[in-house]
Design a protein around this ligand. Structure first.
Ligand SMILES: NC(=O)c1ccc[n+]([C@@H]2O[C@H](COP(=O)([O-])OP(=O)(O)OC[C@H]3O[C@@H](n4cnc5c(N)ncnc54)[C@H](O)[C@@H]3O)[C@@H](O)[C@H]2O)c1
Ligand SMILES: [Mg+2]
Length: 343
């Protein structure tokens, strides 16, 4: 499950600029780097940097045809920039994103100041749009790339204080920005969004917006209004978009979602009465909404996302990729239904 703690594996090291094995040690190490600029600068000089250009991650194709993001050691990034005649000081713009599986801190860096094609050529890799990357990367690799891009985007869009209009300055790790000459601190933010798989006991409700690619259906989603609880947002969104009254809400899991800018997706199941399932769809929000039975959900979950294009026929129904929480909700619902049928 997406919300389950996915422990980043780190190697054993006792140097002060590298984290040790064990979840607690790694979290304390990362927290120290967030708070201590000198320790962070020291760690950066012996770290790997995940590369981006204009917010697009650098991806390379492996021998088994899978894709992974490219992270270079600090000294290799220096060599790369030197070979391109670029200013080495841009490395200071790196943002801390976690611990690598070799035990060191991991940073990300946007190389927008240098020519993308030259970086691609030197690394045998390509800068790829984040949405496309999401379909190419494995479900264990995609969240870290999304987190890195979200932090780089946040820094690019928060160069000025919304209170005073003065410039803001980042700390070394990039975990926050401070308004110049003041103590006003700005932290990266996400918008809370509920995503609810509505079900009536034997079917679940999926919908599509006109902006979705052809054939894509997902669970209902909506931004939380100020002051709302998760349960209130679910009830309101389902009422607004599908015209149904929710009887109960159950939490399932959560995930950070980088599109179009950072959302914090809170995944829930929302039960409606099987006696009141007639839809009244708000077509200003949704192009279509329909009930799907277990067999239809199982079939849709097997379709690759996005499906291979056919020759002009009707679009095949497909669901978000495996690492999207919409997919996880459908998977969990299908498993629950199957267990119910077996017992
Ligand atoms: N990870 C997944 O599986 C998954 C699946 C479905 C949707 N999503 C995401 O959920 C998000 C919300 O879904 P939706 O578009 O149906 O929401 P929605 O139903 O709340 O409608 C979007 C509208 O809400 C308004 N809005 C209110 N607060 C906003 C805010 N903080 N930021 C932007 N707009 C705000 C805007 O008018 C916007 O057009 C989307 O960004 C989408 O990418 C993720
Ligand atoms: Mg919506």
């Amino acid at each position: 499950m997406l919300n389950r703690l996915r422990v980043l594996v780190s190697g054993l090291s006792h140097s002060s600029t590298r984290c040790c094995s064990g979840y607690v040690s790694r979290m304390r190490f990362l927290n120290r780097l967030k708070e201590d600029d000198d320790a962070c600068a020291e760690a950066l000089s012996d770290s790997h940097l995940m590369l981006f250009h204009s917010l697009q991650p650098l991806l390379k194709q492996n021998q088994d045809r899978s894709f992974s993001s490219v992270s270079l050691h600090h000294k290799d990034v220096e060599s790369l920039l030197q070979s391109l005649g670029a200013d080495l000081s841009i490395i200071r713009e790196s943002v801390l994103i976690g611990c690598s599986d070799t035990g060191g801190a991991l940073f990300c860096l946007d190389l927008a100041a240098v020519e993308a094609a030259a970086v691609e050529e030197q690394n045998g890799a390509k800068f790829v749009d984040l949405r496309k990357s999401f379909f190419l990367l494995s479900d264990s690799a995609a969240p870290l790339v999304a987190k890195a891009q979200a932090l780089l985007r946040w820094h690019q869009t928060h160069r000025f204080c919304s209170l005073s209009g003065k410039p803001t300055e980042r700390n070394r790790s990039g975990s926050h920005r401070v308004t110049a000459g003041s103590k006003v601190i700005h932290y990266p933010q996400m918008s809370p969004v509920v995503i609810a798989l509505v079900h009536d006991g034997s079917r679940c409700l999926l919908a599509r917006q006109a902006s979705f690619p052809p054939g894509l259906y997902s669970a209902l989603a909506g931004f939380c209004d100020m002051g709302e609880s998760v349960e209130e947002t679910v009830r309101r969104e389902v009422a607004e978009e599908a015209g149904l009254e929710v009887l109960s809400v159950t939490y399932s899991g959560s995930q950070h979602w980088p599109f179009p800018s950072s959302s914090f997706m809170i995944g829930c199941f929302a039960a409606v009465s099987p006696a009141h399932t007639e839809l009244s769809v708000d077509h200003s929000e949704l192009e279509d909404a329909r009930w799907f039975d277990l067999r239809q959900i199982q079939t849709g979950l097997r379709v690759p996302a996005p499906p291979r294009r056919g020759g002009g026929g009707p679009a095949v129904t497909w669901f978000p990729p495996r690492h999207a929480i919409g997919h996880q909700l459908m998977q969990e619902w299908a498993e629950q239904q199957q267990t119910r049928h077996v017992t």
